[in-house]
Design a protein around this ligand. Structure first.
Ligand SMILES: [Zn+2]
Length: 466
């Protein structure tokens, strides 16, 4: 039984003593198991795609607030459904001082949209959560559930995340429920469970860690080895620091009245008689705003009235709150509307919950199979990419006047003159099937990732099926 005369500080002191948190400045652990790729489900609102891996090396520095995670050996995808099959190598991911990035060889890939989530993972580890509970003066509540008592320690790290750690009668952290804001999803729930604690020198550490994020599994690992107080330090690359403020973007004309706004995600602007249609609000609100600004510089004096969202994946929908702020209508597959209504109604940040709701209500125009938007002179066709395992809600934009197809993630052309892939990509084969089903006359494909290419490049990539 718990000694319920203990106050919050007393409980934390016991908890710290139980696992050796006091003298611990850093910790590295290796684990094997499965991870899941957040925000990349095949079905809107469905589970995250699953990967198994040989070895994950997680490094935590509690003094500098640094986190890194490296995967080595084999990493195998459970099934080819959903996104997250990295166009970038998985490499090692890092987070420190509000920045996050991944590193593959000499190249850094900034990922500011992951920073808050990854940094908060330092402070939901068993030792981290006790340190964070102490510095944020956690409130204590005694709980009993199913005959089991626990001490629940709740706190908020202002502006960053909130958490409740549940300690068992041995004062070991058994579960942490945490909340952190993740782009268009708003504040998301995480649940992490820690079990099978063992001694590793001066510390105790769980040998089983399971986590869910947004209601679906995100991690399930067996911990093999734990090294306390090892030297863990790394520098934030200059390119990562610079990219945290999105550089002004520049629109490039690809046809009369049609612009590409190149980036890691190539957005598109289509000039209509009295308004503008933009395709995609990717990554983050700041990046989406930079795209809108570039569009307005090229097409002044017309409002952005519609923003087409090609599918629900986090990197393609991360800027949807900026669309709402812009006063534009979100054009998306009908499957997404109820989900987006829930996400966009959630608080945008933990710091300003309740205040930072969208400035106005989101307005939707949904697509089931086909939607045509026309101003009398130009028409914009939006088609469902039926049966594509990348995302069940995937839509593509076709401009009949220009014979131009704008598509995301079904086909990503390689650099110019690169050889076709050894094996035809199933998502691209499905795109060909959809183009042939719809009998769309296409000259060029403008992909959301990669260069504009003639249609033949798609056929070359799938091995010439025609
Ligand atoms: Zn995708």
């Amino acid at each position: 039984m718990f000694d319920q005369t203990l106050d919050a500080a007393g409980v934390l002191e016991r908890a710290s003593g139980a696992i050796g948190a006091d003298g611990l400045t850093s910790l590295r652990y290796t684990a094997t198991g499965t991870e899941y790729i957040f925000g990349q489900s095949a079905r809107p609102g469905g589970p995250w795609p699953k990967y198994s891996f040989d070895l994950m090396i997680t490094s935590l520095n509690y003094e500098t607030g640094s986190w890194s995670e490296e995967l080595t050996g084999q990493r195998i995808r459970a099934e080819m459904r959903g996104g997250g099959e990295p166009s970038l190598p998985r490499g090692t991911t890092y987070a420190k001082e509000g920045y996050s990035w991944s590193q593959a060889g000499a190249k850094s890939y900034p990922a500011p949209w992951h920073a808050e989530n990854r940094l908060h993972q330092i402070w939901i580890t068993p030792h981290g959560v006790i340190k964070a509970a102490l510095r944020n003066h956690a409130a204590l509540q005694w709980q009993t559930q199913g005959g089991k008592s626990s001490a629940a320690m709740s706190f908020v790290e202002p502006g960053r995340f909130g958490a409740t750690a549940f300690l068992n009668e041995e004062f070991l952290v058994e579960r942490v429920e945490s909340r952190v804001a993740v782009t268009y999803y708003g504040v998301l729930p995480f649940v992490t469970t820690y079990s099978d604690y063992k001694n590793f020198g001066p510390v105790k550490f769980p040998t089983r860690i399971q986590r869910s994020q947004g209601g679906f599994p995100i991690l399930d690992v067996i911990v093999k080895e734990v090294q306390p107080n090892v030297a863990i330090d790394f520098e934030i690359p200059d390119s990562v620091r610079q990219s945290s403020v999105p550089a002004p973007k520049k629109a490039v004309k690809v046809a009369d009245g049609v612009w590409e706004i190149p980036g890691s995600h190539n957005c598109v602007a289509i000039e209509m008689r009295d308004h503008i249609v933009v395709v995609e609000a990717p990554l983050t609100d700041d990046i989406a705003v930079a795209v809108f600004d570039a569009v307005k510089r090229e097409i002044p004096n017309k409002p952005i009235r519609y923003v087409v969202n090609t599918h629900h994946h986090i990197d393609h929908a991360g800027g949807l709150r900026a669309v709402v702020d812009e006063g534009a209508t979100i054009v998306t597959h009908a499957l997404n509307k109820p989900l987006y209504q829930g996400y966009l109604a959630a608080p945008r940040t933990l710091a300003s919950a309740g205040l930072a709701q969208a400035k106005q209500d989101a307005v939707y125009k949904t697509v089931d199979d086909k939607l045509v938007m026309s101003d009398g002179a130009r028409s914009v066709e939006i088609h469902h990419v039926r049966g594509n395992d990348h995302a069940e809600d995937l839509i593509m934009v076709y401009l009949p006047g220009e014979k131009l197809l704008v598509e995301a993630d079904a086909f990503t052309p390689g650099p110019p003159n690169s050889p076709p892939p050894a094996q035809a990509d199933a998502f691209a084969v499905n795109l060909v099937e959809n183009i042939e089903r719809l009998k769309l006359p296409i000259d060029r494909i403008l992909p959301m990732h990669g260069p504009i290419v003639p249609l033949q490049e798609l056929y070359r990539a799938v091995g010439g099926i025609h």
